[in-house]
Design a protein around this ligand. Sequence first.
Ligand code: FMN
Length: 185
Amino acid sequence: MAKQVREPGTYLYPLPVVLVSCGVGEEANIIALSWVGTLCSTPPMVGIGVRPERHSHPLIRDVGEFVVNLPTADQVRAADYCGRVSGKAVDKWNACGFTRAAGVRVRVPLIAECPVNIECCLSHTISLGSHDLFIGEVLAVHVDEAVLDEGGWPDFARLAPFLYTGRDYWRLGERLAPAGFSVKS
Ligand SMILES: Cc1cc2nc3c(=O)[nH]c(=O)nc-3n(C[C@H](O)[C@H](O)[C@H](O)COP(=O)(O)O)c2cc1C
């Protein structure tokens, strides 16, 4: 195996793609993000990396709340669009045919058409360089009953999330094995 040694860069693949809704009332906006992840289980916390020059940045910082909405593979065009145009110029809700839905713990609207919506309040902000890391504590999660399996867990075949490589979007492939299978006899 011949490996190249490269300059430092963002090589952690694959990336999730989420649609973060932010702002309230007429100002409410949507931004596509991939610099995102789960950071803590108890309390549940998520981190999102947002460039200060994004229109969404002050909406998240000033309102102190945001919602992480998980798009499906069928929504890849809308997700790409929300990551290519600015809410400064376009109403992305109208452009994508998305409906605002009320949250139960935050004032920021949820995207009704996304099967999972994670309501967050901003708990920490850390300036890292090109991006600010907004860390949100999860206050409530909405899951479409149609994507749940018999045990009440999200069924990923029905949820149909997609991944990003920095160049392309990919569907999930086949299920490999149940978790914990390596230590089961
Ligand atoms: C798939 C995808 C992922 C993106 N991830 C990020 C990200 O993690 N952080 C960021 O600041 N911008 C990210 N962007 C760029 C913003 O979504 C884009 O600049 C957007 O137009 C900003 O919208 P706004 O000006 O309405 O806030 C991403 C774009 C795409 C298409």
